[in-house]
Design a protein around this ligand. Structure first.
Ligand SMILES: Nc1nc2c(ncn2[C@@H]2O[C@H](COP(=O)(O)OP(=O)(O)OP(=O)(O)O)[C@@H](O)[C@H]2O)c(=O)[nH]1
Ligand SMILES: [Mg+2]
Length: 202
């Protein structure tokens, strides 16, 4: 009887947990953004930008919003580290792809790295949030300009563009809200949950 009530309670109240992979080329601002996310959702726990160093391994951040628990995996974007990205694809519910919108010289590299990410079969159907970071800097291009630049690269998965600043936090909550909404209704989420259920029974 207890397990029946517990099961019902869990069904009604327990929050889903989603894994979001943060990708993008080096210096796009992924780790700074993750730290800002933590400081927004965990009330001051994130590192300030001057304590962030280039990523070599994996940074993990956990937050909880009103609807879901989110686990972020932040990987290094240097060319030699990008081969590691695909090891995380199969388990990710969604992708947050970060672009330094204020540095035009990085755009082509960002575009071709994104193209590879999108083409990978292990990410089929994963919702994609493309973040135009560093909006606090003069000359940063906005969502529309970035969308025009990347337009042809995108396939039929759910995707959107969001202008943000990892320094002042603008746009971050809207981006997370979109991601959660997409992951909740995503077919990929169903597939990952079914797979986890089967693994749990073995
Ligand atoms: N002005 C401004 N600078 C930013 C912003 N986000 C990141 N930066 C700066 O950009 C640089 C790179 O930031 P990181 O967070 O280390 O970039 P990353 O994408 O994690 O880089 P890798 O770990 O090497 O892949 C640092 O000097 C940050 O302070 C932003 O929103 N605005
Ligand atoms: Mg980093």
């Amino acid at each position: 009887m207890f397990s029946l009530f517990y099961g019902l309670w869990k069904y009604v109240f327990a929050k889903d947990e989603f894994r979001v992979l943060i990708l993008g080329v080096d210096r796009a601002g992924k780790t700074t953004l993750l730290e800002k996310l933590k400081s927004i959702y965990l009330k001051g726990e994130g590192l300030p930008p001057d304590r962030v160093v280039p990523t070599v391994g994996l940074n993990i951040g956990r937050i909880e919003d009103a609807k879901a628990k989110l686990v972020f995996w932040d990987l290094g974007g240097q060319v030699s580290l990008r081969t590691i990205w695909e090891k995380y694809y199969e388990e990710a519910h969604a992708i947050m792809y970060v672009i330094d919108a204020a540095t035009a010289s990085s755009f082509e590299d960002s575009k071709s790295a994104l193209e590879k990410v999108i083409r990978h079969e292990h990410l089929r159907g994963a919702p994609l949030l493309i973040v135009a970071n560093k909006q606090d800097l003069p000359g940063a291009i906005d969502e529309e300009e970035l969308a025009k630049f990347l337009h042809k690269e995108l396939d039929e998965r759910p995707y959107t563009f969001q202008a943000v600043s990892a320094y002042d936090g603008r746009g971050i909550k809207s981006g997370i809200d979109w991601l959660v909404e997409q992951m909740e209704k995503s077919k990929r989420t169903e597939t990952l949950q079914a797979r986890a259920g089967v693994a749990g029974q073995i």
